[in-house]
Design a binder for this molecule. Structure first.
Ligand SMILES: *Cc1c(COP(=O)(O)O)cnc(C)c1O
Length: 380
């Protein structure tokens, strides 16, 4: 029973979207309009998202993964091409390459930012390399200038997976506004949600038209409904999701501020009382958009014991993130093993995501911090 039993503490979830009457109102508007797909709400969402990001050409799609796949198509990446990407990521940033028969090449990451290390990327370039695909992990911008310079110098395409980083800024500019294809995602645990959904920001109208066409079964925008000029996909966002997105964009600054305040509170509380490494702080070039709050346990702490102890107190945590190259299907297909990306593997063994969402209460955060401290004291 919730609340009533003092022996059973109220569970604290890992993530939770913030939805209110505005989302209800706009979703209801779509339902009552009878227009559930390819309608005005998509255009409204794309326009509002573009305005917020300072990006002229934004295409809404059905998921971040779909957006990444389209960005890979757009770059002309095909079977046998190598693309250098991060092993410390969600699997979608590598899977989008496999869909086209291309080969993800995992360069190691920086142990503080958890993002691709430009020196490791440079070392991984071969004559078969076609592109670099950095990920802004946990909302912290990757080393975009160094990586893009490497791509330009070597004639490589550049695709940014900003699926965890809507609202983040690199050198004072929002991700998505930097001119290269940038993919965003709006799954319910992200900073803003459309339920399922994503978007691709590109630098030119021509690229935008191609992404829109590929997401819509390869239709041309001037031909008839059943005229298909490319092999496309059904990667369209629907009108209900777009309505959610419009409402979430209206409150995005507040959502981001609430997340930043919750992060600040964790950081202050953990810094003085618990032996963990905290998320890498912002600097003039990198401004994080808070997606998750992930701590790194000290070497030698039994992470599984910590997870179990927290769970016994009703607190959800998660192993964010397992190394992509060590996922079972990756090991099976490519024979990858430990040692391919040692920095990433060390981070993956030690990191733990704590409950983190805009409406998390200070009292809940205090419980998390107390439980983490007790669990760590017992787990080493
Ligand atoms: C969330 C996420 C995606 C996209 O996920 P979808 O569930 O397909 O929207 C892609 N890359 C990273 C790094 C992500 O965290």
């Amino acid at each position: 029973m919730r609340g009533g039993d003092p022996l059973t503490p109220e569970p604290i979830p890992l993530a939770r979207p913030l939805i209110d009457e505005r989302e209800e109102q706009l979703v209801l508007e779509v339902l009552r309009s009878g227009r559930l797909a390819l309608g005005p709400m998509i255009e409204r969402f794309e326009g509002a998202l573009g305005d917020r990001l300072g990006a002229r050409y934004v295409a809404a799609v059905s998921s971040g993964t779909a957006g990444l796949h389209l960005a890979v198509r757009l770059a002309g990446i095909t079977a046998g091409d190598e693309v250098i990407t991060s092993p410390f990521s969600f699997v979608a940033s590598a899977n989008c390459l496999l869909y086209e028969g291309a080969l993800p090449v995992f360069a190691d990451v920086d142990e503080r930012s958890f993002n691709l290390d430009p020196a490791a990327v440079e070392d991984a370039i071969t004559p078969r390399t076609r592109a670099i695909l950095p990920v802004d992990i946990f909302g912290y911008p990757a080393e975009l200038a160094e990586l893009r310079e490497l791509a330009e110098r070597n004639g490589l395409a550049f695709i940014e997976d900003a699926c965890e980083a809507v609202g983040a800024e690199y050198r004072g500019r929002p991700l998505g506004s930097l001119g290269h294809p940038t993919v965003l995602a709006f799954y319910p645990n992200k900073q803003m949600t459309t339920a399922e959904g994503g978007a691709v920001a590109v630098g030119t109208e021509e690229e935008w038209r191609l992404v829109k066409s590929l997401a819509n079964q390869g239709r041309s925008d001037d031909g008839g409904w059943l005229q298909h000029v490319h092999l496309g996909f059904n990667y369209r966002m629907d009108e209900l999701s777009a309505a959610l997105g419009v409402a979430q964009l209206e409150k995005l600054d507040r959502l981001l501020a609430l997340r930043a305040q919750a992060a600040e509170y964790y950081t202050a509380a953990l810094k003085t009382s618990v032996d963990v490494e905290l998320p890498w702080p912002d600097n003039p070039e990198h401004r994080r958009s808070w997606f998750v709050y992930v701590v790194k346990l000290a070497e030698g702490v039994d992470r599984e014991a910590v997870i179990t102890a927290m769970s016994a107190e009703g607190i959800a945590t998660s192993r964010y993130l397992p190394a992509v190259h060590l996922q079972p299907y990756m090991r099976e297909r490519f024979g990858h093993a430990e040692g391919l990306a040692p920095v990433c593997e060390n981070i993956s063994r030690r990191t733990l995501a704590l409950p983190f969402f805009p409406s998390i209460a200070r009292e809940q955060q205090n419980r998390v911090v107390g439980a983490l401290k007790r669990a760590i004291d017992r787990a080493q």
